[in-house]
Ligand binder design. Sequence first.
Ligand code: PLP
Length: 393
Amino acid sequence: MNKLVYLDNAATTKPASEVVQEMLPYLGASFGNPSAFYGFAGKAAQAVDEARKTIAEAIGARQEEIYFTAGGTESDNWALVATAEANEKKGKHIITSTIEHHAVLHTCEYLEKRGFDITYVGVDEDGVVKLEELKAAIRPDTILISIMAANNEIGTIQPIKEIGAIARENKILFHTDAVQAFGHIPLNVDEMNIDMLSASGHKIHGPKGIGIMYIRRGVKIGAFIHGGAQERRRRAGTHNVPGIVGMGKAAELAVRDMEEAAKKVSELRDYLIEKVMKEIPYTKLNGHRTNRLPNNANFSFSFIEGESLLIMLDQAGICGSSGSACTSGSLDPSHVLMAIGLPHEIAHGSLRLTLSEETTREDLDYTVETLKGIVKRLRDMSPLYEDFVKKQK
Ligand code: PLP
């Protein structure tokens, strides 16, 4: 197959060539361990410092508040588990939302088994966290609010500044999973009252297996990974120098180009959304129409099954993702689509297409044309659709 239209940038992104170039020396000649004492390792240590500085600046943090981890999942686990452990004498109640990534939700389930009480705040039909419900959920024993900055499936951006203010007012720690937002939309930890923030390298054209956790100075949480004294004794393990350097470079490029990229990509996104909604009947756009990540489009096509759609798109060289079934290893439709109130059968026919700066209008024209044909073929095979058409007549 020759054609490849990659529209799954929320799953992972293509590493930028500048990122790869920047990483190469640390996979070769400059292999020193940044924790070593001798001068030879100095270059690696300096590169780690520089990446930390760039990433800190990207979110308005101080360098010493950035901790390198092995990715967004580890950062989310760390934020929740370590906050719970450090504050359990104060309280055992945590507030999160129904649409978090499994890195947060499954960690919450783990904490529930260990005696913590979790409130899952709902979202409206656009996927925006209900602030009144969040405020009402606060209790004297609430120790943490963890709400994602933007959703990975439907792209909806959350009112993080308002949530930060609510947390601050109530003297509750606030963590945000910013894995999808970091490098794509502006984030500032002081303006938004964020105490902890998770981000990941591979969602911003950086390498996989590297992430950060921002921990505000003064927030007393312990280590999650135990071992050596790296990262000010808070995250043990020899530094992943090529990964750190790559994430630093990717963050630098993302911040430098953010405004331009957001404009370009959101125009393409809107072009795609309008075209799909116009050309394919019985289609619903999931997520907020405007307040969504620049690169995210998520549709539900009535009377079809998302998995078949994905397979047929793949045969045409188009990479997308569905929020249902096989990908999550369960037959249940996506928890996010259920949380915004979609019925099972509609949620099953969903497709997420996430763009990048490399996406072209031609890519999108080809995708919509292909999609149109596939949706028609699948509907023609559907007894439900046949029934529906009969009733229409
Ligand atoms: N949180 C969100 C919102 C995500 O979208 C993802 C990855 O898809 C993660 C966490 C996990 O990040 P990582 O792949 O770096 O472990």
